[in-house]
Design a protein around this ligand. Structure first.
Ligand code: MAN
Ligand code: CA
Length: 214
C-alpha cells in the first residue's frame, strides 16, 4: 500500500469511529433547497362566464324557393297573318293594315250612331277597299264575335252602293245571294266570315272606325 492509500484508510476508519462514538449527539447540518417539483394536475373547471356581446350579422343566405305563378296579364299585341297571307298587327281593339288602322272601342250602335261616333274621333266608318283591308277588318269582327256595320250604303240610289264620300264602291265581298234588298236594305254589315250582307240601317252593330296612320 502506498502512503496515500494508507492515509485514506486511516481517515475513513477514524470517521467511522467518531460517528459510532457520538451517534446520539450527531448534529445534522441543513442541506440546500431542493429543486422545484413538477407542475401539479389541472384544476377543476371554473363557473360559467357572463353572456358575451352580440355577434356580427351573418352573410346573406341562399336564394329562396320559386314563388307561385302571377296573375294573367292583359291581352298583348298579336302580329299575325290574315287569310290572304298578309301580315297584320292585331290588338283586341285595332288592326293596322298598310297605312290604315281599323279600330273599335267595343261599343255598338245603328248606322247613324256608328257614323257619328267615328266622326267624333276624327275618323270614318270602316270601309274596306280591298281584300287585304277586308280580312284585317274581319279579324276585329272575329275577336268581338259581333257583326260590324260598314261605311257603305245605297241610300241615295237603290243598288248603287257607295262610300261615305259618294264614290261608287271599288271592291265588294258580298255573301252568296247578297245584296238582296229583301227588306229595303240600304246598309251593309260584315259577318265573322268576312262576307257582306245588305241590311236595314237600324240594327245594333259593333262600331269599327278607320284612321290613317299618316
Ligand atoms: C237573311 C238574308 C239576308 C237578309 C236578312 C234580313 O239573313 O236573307 O240577305 O238581309 O235575312 O233579315
Ligand atoms: Ca240582305
Amino acid at each position: 500500500l502506498g502512503m496515500c492509500n494508507l492515509l485514506f484508510v486511516f481517515v475513513f476508519m477514524a470517521a467511522l469511529g467518531l460517528c459510532e462514538e457520538k451517534s446520539n449527539t450527531c448534529t445534522v447540518i441543513a442541506g440546500m433547497n431542493g429543486l422545484a417539483g413538477t407542475p401539479g394536475n389541472h384544476g377543476l373547471p371554473g363557473r360559467d362566464g357572463k353572456e358575451g356581446v352580440k355577434g356580427l350579422q351573418g352573410v346573406q343566405g341562399p336564394p329562396g324557393k320559386v314563388g307561385p305563378p302571377g296573375s294573367k296579364g292583359d291581352h298583348g299585341e298579336k302580329c299575325q297573318t290574315d287569310d290572304n297571307g298578309d301580315k297584320v298587327i292585331l290588338t283586341p281593339n285595332g288592326v293596322m293594315v298598310g297605312e290604315k288602322i281599323f279600330k273599335t272601342d267595343g261599343t255598338t250602335g245603328d248606322y247613324d250612331a256608328a257614323r257619328n261616333s267615328c266622326s267624333h274621333m276624327g275618323a270614318t266608318l270602316a270601309s274596306p277597299r280591298n281584300a287585304e283591308e277586308n280580312s284585317a277588318l274581319q279579324q276585329i269582327v272575329i275577336w268581338h264575335n259581333r257583326k260590324a256595320v260598314l261605311g257603305i250604303n245605297d241610300k241615295a240610289t237603290e243598288n248603287r252602293f257607295e262610300y261615305l264620300d259618294g264614290q261608287v264602291i271599288e271592291y265588294t265581298n258580298w255573301a252568296p245571294g247578297e245584296p238582296n234588298n229583301i227588306d229595303n236594305e240600304d246598309c251593309v254589315e260584315m259577318h265573322p266570315d268576312g262576307k257582306w250582307h245588305d241590311r236595314t240601317c237600324d240594327l245594333a252593330w259593333l262600331i269599327i272606325c278607320e284612321f290613317y296612320s299618316h
